[in-house]
Design a binder for this molecule. Sequence first.
Ligand SMILES: NC(=O)C[C@H]([NH3+])C(=O)NS(=O)(=O)OC[C@H]1O[C@@H](n2cnc3c(N)ncnc32)[C@H](O)[C@@H]1O
Ligand SMILES: [Mg+2]
Length: 429
Amino acid sequence: MKTTISQVGKYTDQEVVIGGWLANKRSSGKIAFLQLRDGTGFIQGVVVKAEVGEEVFSQAKNLTQESSLYVTGTVRSDERAPSGFELTVTGIEVIHEAVDYPITPKEHGTEFLMDHRHLWLRSKRQHAVMKIRNELIRSTYEFFNENGFVKVDPPILTGSSAEGTTNLFHTKYFDEDAYLSQSGQLYMEAAAMALGKVFSFGPTFRAEKSKTRRHLIEFWMIEPEMAFMDHEESLQVQEQYVTHMIQSVLKNCQLELKALGRDLSKLENIVAPFPRITYDDAIKFLQENGHEIEWGEDFGAPHETAIAESFEKPVFITNYPAEIKAFYMKPHPERSEVVLCADLIAPEGYGEIIGGSQRIDDMDLLKQRYDEHNLSEDAYKWYLDLRRYGSVPHSGFGLGLERTVAWVCGLEHVRETIPFPRLLNRLYP
Ligand SMILES: NC(=O)C[C@H]([NH3+])C(=O)NS(=O)(=O)OC[C@H]1O[C@@H](n2cnc3c(N)ncnc32)[C@H](O)[C@@H]1O
Ligand SMILES: [Mg+2]
């Protein structure tokens, strides 16, 4: 019976054929242990010379790392195995012999691994990260579909910037200037006026010269937008969404979390509601704890980490100064110097995973912001039309997928959270 490693449990004590690769091997004169992988998982194949005879045993002994092969064997339950099963090998058919596979079982430096990302992706650790990334994506669609949101895909090639013009990727659109999308938000606002509650999921681009463990040049963002919902209602959607994702990973990715050595107690208590702290109180907290920071300044990574350390769940920091936030954010009704926004800061030093706000819904105020931010009325005329024809209160947010993957997996750097990371000075492979 041809099957995959993830399905062997259905064939205990039966003979199966698995197509895969040799991830690693150790052997003695009488027995060989083959670490096999097939993309769906990992399993150990045991080859006993006395049982398989000289020819098969010699094949096993001569197998090279990452050679592709078909293995025939009997599935055995084994509670010591991570998957709960092992294979008693009875036959080997080599498909293609891999010679001198560069990523050997010994330690390798980061740059070496990044230069071989197209192969590094095969390792058990990267496999676990990609499976958790997949679960975060799957549970995202599940949450928004179950809550009446419609998937809408904003353009990647745009003529405008949502998050300021300092980190835009320019390109030509025939004879016109164009930019790779920094955020689909403005288009999602138009979609929300047509469909009520919408969400996007796609790549976004920031030409930021930030060389930190949290910054990618190309990253994937989930951007929900909700007509008739105010700032607080949006925060409730955010905390329910993050809760759903985390609990889904805990339910469906135990094997992968174990492979990463992740402390599950750090994730088990991640359930709504999440704490909220105002920007004002965050500034006071930092000043009282020895940080040199004045009201009006933005938070850096050390500030976010210090604030988050006071909480075991992600914490919303709300109502930042208007001066340090984007043009589209709605001013606080009683304090025009702050805006109705929030960043969601993950625990354990993982920093900002969500940025969101209630949007300006008044046309004159938005026009005033265009002037203040030197935005071209032509490029943004369509965005103003959303306030000209049936404007409504509306809110939305953007969750960075890779930062969320880093937090959930307990990873040191976002480079491991995306199949082919684009970092400062890295466009290969
Ligand atoms: N629809 C919205 O309201 C989203 C809004 N226009 C926006 O882009 N907000 S954000 O710039 O804070 O980015 C949102 C999130 O996107 C992530 N982000 C933002 N920039 C990056 C980089 N450079 N690398 C990785 N992840 C990044 C991070 O989690 C942020 O919290
Ligand atoms: Mg932000």
